[in-house]
Design a protein around this ligand. Structure first.
Ligand code: AHM
Ligand code: MG
Length: 337
């Protein structure tokens, strides 16, 4: 009964067979990313039993207090992915500078960006968190990779995915050929294909935004949310539901499962800090935008498609509005007016 299930390893290798001239490098890289996520999943799952909750007592480049799990997850990602010869360099939310592959290992042709533990403010309260990653190509003529090599628009991504550490651990992946979801079978230590061909319904009556920032929002976002809140009696003529988990991976996963809109828009508070948004372009917004678009949804800053942006810095922040296509088009329309 169980042996006809597709494991993520099998899925990755079968995908590779459709790519002419594939060397197996990419499959090997994906497998290492999967291994890293399994290790992080195990650590997150054991929590207080293994003493990993709480603050690490230091700040990251974003000036945010790092959790012990942020630091550990970052380390796991590096150790799992640096040795195999698939990568030229990595970049992470938790590291100010890029991480070139040490000279003792062979250097490969891909670049990996990641947020090792997104939503980590949720770990101490035992709410879902996740890992987000994106794979780019490193140009052939690059000898010493620099930050500049990472500054590629999201349309250049070769693959993107996330692991969600929730009631079950899941891995959701795109290589530009649709979106597939896998569930970790803890008994055998393998991700099994459980959600083939995930799609986002074009319409929804559910949205997610941190409403405590309402007084700082720009008029188009305020208008959209006001209209949702007005419900059946308002211009939308329908009641809307609201969610906010403060864990982008969990929000995106909900949207991939039943539709919805997720917004971390530009607001006056963010602008006052001199930032371009809350979420980071290279390892949060772009990979999620790739997944969402591949599932038939849309992802914008308000005015532009996220994946078309030309990144200017490794830790650049952008506004993020993504989810069900028809709602995102409506919100984009409000921004254009
Ligand atoms: P992080 O990378 O520091 O964990 O921050 C990103 C998280 C997202 O997962 C989530 O959508 C957002 O921050 C929540 O922000 P807020 O605390 O303002 O609600
Ligand atoms: Mg993050």
């Amino acid at each position: 009964m169980h042996n006809n299930r597709t494991t993520i390893t099998q899925y990755i290798i079968e995908e590779q067979r459709h790519v002419a001239g594939a060397t197996g490098d990419f499959s090997g890289l994906l497998n290492d990313v999967v291994t890293a996520c399994k290790v992080i999943s195990n650590l997150v799952n054991h929590g207080a039993l293994v003493g990993v909750l709480g603050s690490a007592g230091q700040e990251n480049v974003q000036g945010e207090t790092q959790k012990k799990l942020d630091v550990l997850s970052n380390d796991i990602f590096i150790r799992s992915n640096e040795w195999a010869g698939h990568l030229a360099a990595m970049a992470s939310e938790e590291m100010e500078e890029i991480y070139p592959i040490p000279a003792r290992y062979p250097r490969g042709k891909y670049l990996l960006t990641f947020d090792p533990l997104d939503g980590s403010s949720n770990t101490d309260v035992n709410v879902s968190v996740g890992t987000i990653f994106s794979i780019l190509r490193c140009a052939d003529d690059v000898v010493e990779p620099t930050e500049q090599d990472f500054l590629q628009p999201g349309t250049e991504q070769v693959a993107a995915g996330y692991a969600l550490y929730g009631p079950s651990t899941m891995m959701v992946l795109t290589t530009g050929n649709g979106v597939n979801g896998f569930t970790l079978d803890q008994n055998i230590g393998e991700f099994i294909l459980t959600h083939p061909g995930m799609t986002i319904p074009a319409d929804t009556r559910e949205f997610a935004i941190n409403a405590s920032n309402m007084r700082f929002w720009e008029p188009p976002v305020r208008r959209y949310v006001d209209e949702c809140l007005a419900g059946r009696e308002g211009v939308r003529g329908e009641d809307f539901n609201m969610r906010w988990i403060a864990s982008m991976v969990a929000e995106v996963h909900r949207i991939l499962t039943r539709g919805g809109v997720f917004m971390y828009p530009m607001d006056e508070k963010i602008r006052a800090k001199g930032q371009g948004g809350k979420l980071r372009l290279l390892y949060e917004a772009n990979p999620m935008a790739f997944i969402v678009e591949q599932a038939g949804g849309a992802a914008i800053t308000g005015r532009e498609r996220i994946m078309s942006l030309q990144p200017e810095a490794l830790h650049q922040r952008v506004p993020v509005i993504l989810g069900s296509r028809n709602e995102i088009e409506r919100i984009e329309g409000y921004h254009q007016r």
